[in-house]
Design a binder for this molecule. Structure first.
Ligand code: SF4
Length: 337
């Protein structure tokens, strides 16, 4: 059900949603049933754009996120939202004019990569809440931006009627068997790859996030097959960048993962407490996993920039023979693309 708070009733987003779906208008702050299938369009005055939260112990690429939607219809075992959000339902900012102005201000001084996939999946809800129709035309009129929709869905129909100029679409990828057990309700691997092929043929830049890599007995076999499938289907020239990182999480999230109804493969892993306090695989294991995926990708693709999200400089040096530096320094590698 889509609920619209009274203060958001006349927003263009509420009007777009009401064109194709039944909506119910509610008082601001009214408590609706807290479940993933409920959506609330409301207005709020937060700063919508901010730097990706990071510690300075691990390398961060100075990515910026826009928090226009909070909550996700998918149910990944490792999802940080289980810990971060106090609600299961999905909340969307109806005052998109404020969101767009915040995006514009963020790129006034310099080029930035900004994405909407931090507190939600960027496209999973795009049929019902067509944010892409509002965001894409706006960012295409800005000079200094690469806007990223990051998804585990195959909801791309709206994108196929829009200009891809300043936009990239990226998919988080895992082998089919991991998707089946760890990423409930997301699009199957085949559907993600098909969607990536379609938008890349249409003219969008695409990206891929091998994040989180999850260890299993047949890790090299299943990730190797995934990379062979990906690289044989997607044109290398359309790939903007690729991130790789292993599973990590605050230790409180491990307790939530252990209590999930369907046991996660993550409950069988051996982990340490990293220097930022997060639960991570042992360093030697992280190196092995990241090295394997990097080497396999580089076997087929030379051009796309590969980076490691929130990994220690020593891992960069060990595998890629350089340290990208911190924040602004690291960001320069993307701006050269
Ligand atoms: S797709 Fe992303 S936001 Fe949605 S449940 Fe999975 S990890 Fe969480």
């Amino acid at each position: 059900m889509i609920y619209v708070e009274k203060s958001a009733q006349n927003t263009s987003l509420a009007e777009l949603a009401a064109k194709e779906h039944n909506i119910e208008v509610i008082d601001d702050g009214f408590d609706i049933e807290d479940k993933k299938s409920n959506i609330v369009i409301s207005c709020h005055t937060d700063n919508f754009v901010h730097r990706c939260p990071a510690t300075n112990i691990y390398r961060c690429c100075n990515y910026h996120v826009v928090d226009i939607m909070q909550g996700c219809p998918f149910d990944c075992a490792y999802c940080i939202l289980q810990l971060y959000l106090p609600h299961k339902h999905i909340r969307v900012a109806g005052n998109t004019d404020n969101v767009l102005q915040d995006i514009k201000s963020a790129v006034k001084e310099q080029k930035r990569r900004i994405g909407s996939g931090e507190l939600s999946d960027s496209l999973a809800m795009d049929k019902t809440i067509p944010l892409s129709k509002i965001i894409v035309p706006f960012v295409n009129n800005l000079d200094n931006i690469l806007f990223e929709f990051k998804t585990k869905s195959d909801v791309i129909d709206n994108l196929l009627n829009l200009n891809p100029k300043n936009v990239m679409v990226s998919w988080s990828l895992n082998p089919a068997s991991i998707i089946d057990t760890e990423e409930p309700y997301t699009a199957a691997l085949e559907r993600r790859l098909k969607a990536a092929e379609t938008v890349s043929d249409y003219g969008y830049k695409v990206g891929f996030h091998f994040d989180p890599l999850i260890m299993s007995d047949n890790f090299e076999k299943i990730y190797g097959e995934l990379i062979e499938d990906l690289t044989s289907r997607i044109k290398e020239e359309s790939v903007e960048y690729i991130s790789i990182s292993t599973f990590r999480c605050p230790y409180e999230l491990m307790n939530i993962i252990r209590q999930r109804k369907n046991p996660s493969i993550l409950t069988k892993g051996d982990f340490i407490k990293g220097i930022d306090g997060k639960t991570r695989y042992f360093k030697a294991e992280r190196i092995k996993m990241i090295h394997f995926v990097t080497k396999k990708l580089k076997k087929y693709w030379n051009k796309p920039f590969i980076y490691y999200c929130m990994e220690h400089s020593s891992i960069w040096e060990k595998i890629l023979n350089y340290d990208p530096g911190e924040r602004e320094e690291f960001e320069k590698y993307f701006l050269q693309i």
